[in-house]
Ligand binder design. Structure first.
Ligand code: SF4
Length: 187
């Protein structure tokens, strides 16, 4: 372990959840402990079809380093990922593929629409382009921009971390969640 000079505080890796603290112990709820573990070990599935994907490559590089947030393990297998990051223009022909990838992901799962194209079709207001991926799958966070800078993508990850860390453990078995899935014709 590196020894820091006395005038330098050690970096905060993650913030402690609410709880009760005393000498030699810390207690919190099960839900908060699960949220803490989940939000700091996100496994993203990058679904990149065009230019926004290049910004994501920069986000993964050494300078911006998404690994700082526990998200360096990318997965191209839907069953081993929990965050679908859609980056780029989604043609209507690609829609069923994206939807199938989402369906194959195991619960709990989250979705970020990165950039104007994934969020709303962007500048491509045309017959062949899906005008936002939320027409076929539920989206948790939208990142604006054409393209968004890596800082904005990281901001989207931080917003998702907030959602994950505070998600009620029973949300996925609630009536509201069932209704949301049914509105997309999913089980
Ligand atoms: S939002 Fe802009 S940068 Fe991103 S995929 Fe669309 S056209 Fe490209």
């Amino acid at each position: 372990m590196a020894i820091l000079p006395s005038n330098i505080n050690p970096p905060i890796i993650t913030e402690m959840p609410d709880g009760v603290q005393g000498k030699g112990y810390f207690a919190t709820s099960f839900e908060k402990a699960v949220g803490l573990a989940r939000k700091n070990s996100i496994w993203p599935l990058p679904f990149a079809t065009s230019c926004c994907g290049i910004e994501f490559m920069a986000t993964m590089g050494a300078h911006y380093d998404l690994a700082r947030f526990g998200s360096e393990r990318l997965s191209f297998s839907p069953r081993q990922s929990d965050l679908l990051m859609v980056m780029g223009t989604i043609a209507k022909k690609m829609g069923p593929v994206l939807r199938e990838v989402y369906i194959q992901m195991a619960e709990p799962k989250w979705v970020i629409a990165v950039g104007a194209c994934a969020s709303s079709g962007g500048i491509f207001d045309t017959y062949s382009v899906l005008q936002g991926i939320d027409r076929i799958i539920p989206v948790d966070v939208y990142v604006p921009g054409c393209p968004p800078r890596p800082e904005q993508i990281i901001d989207g990850i931080l917003r998702i971390q907030d959602l994950i860390g505070n998600e009620h453990l029973r949300r996925r078995s609630s009536k509201e969640y069932d209704d949301l899935m049914h509105s997309y014709n999913m089980e």
